[in-house]
Design a protein. Sequence first.
Length: 404
Amino acid sequence: MIWTISWRNIWRNKKRSGILLAAIASGLWAGLLTVGIFNGMVEQMVRSAINTRTSHVQIHAPGFVEHPDVVSTIPDGETVLARVRAADHVSSAVGRSVVPGMGSSATTGTAVVLRGIDVEAETGVSDVHSSIVEGSYFDTNGRNECVLGHKLAEKLNLTLGGKIIINAQAPDGSITGGAFRIVGIYRTVATQFDKTAVFARAADVDRTFELGGEIHEIALMADDIRTVPLLTKQLAASFPDLDVRSWDELVPEIGMMTSMSQQMNSILMVIIMLALIFGITNTMLMGVLERIRELGVLMALGMRPRSVFSMIVIETIALSALGGTAGIAAGAVTITLLSKSGIDLSIVATGLESFGMASRLYPSLAPAQYAMVAALVIATAVVGSLYPGVKAARLQPMEALRTY
């Protein structure tokens, strides 16, 4: 009977109940959409860092990450690379030579990082091959071919088919260099990467800078990003004399952004829930005050204070569940649609690229987050109903009956 009375009481004042339902639904919809946008931004930054700069895990000689030096190579690098490729949870791996130097054209020069790669293996650990906007990704077999970022090409005033001169220190301490013909220009969402990274065949880089076939860096992709922490620990244990780092250790600012995003999402949801608590408490308290005489009659007829309290709590939970369901459903539909079409942010594309983000943002929200929000709505309803419920349960029947 309590459930039936509670349900009917909700719709006795349709306007007030409708306003509360709309407030809950719109608040949750806006909150979920905001969280989805934050998640989409962070996921895009993480993907950009992994697919261009870091892969999932990288292995170097100790000290190379902080101070890249052409003589800081991985001892017996080919053997290490073979063992890495055979390790559990590794989907692909590549060995690279890394030569920091000065790139120049006929008009100007700038600092660059030349990476000597296995062209085919590189496609498994980075997306440079799929980011070519001019030319091709080493489709010909010419000598000293390279691909570079569009930002670097613009800075050096270079075009497809032109040559970039790269000078760097050789292992014996001398300064050497060579000319590399541009066969491809790529464009990623990471502006800083596009300004410095040059890719060439490992054999050409090795011959030009007399590296002796040494490897400076092993980059690898895991079969699942969730296995990266475990894989990093396993590789660190297998190669104790080498520096093994995951993507979030190589780019700590991105890892920090991920953690910060989670905290911001939690704070945002807490703020929304606090606002809902005040709104629910106010609305239900108004309902109690409007029905003092009616509640007095029910208590005079034998309804216990506990039942009165339960009735108010049930009304509140039912209202919140209805509004919460509508808000979560609206949020899920909106995020699903936007995750396919994206949000066009081309008006601020230049600023976004500096953070490693594309001009089209795709919001995302995990199913577990919807479940968490649903649980928070019920908890909020219970908390918001406590004061009105207690207020109703403490009414004195005789005093309530005199109220008009």
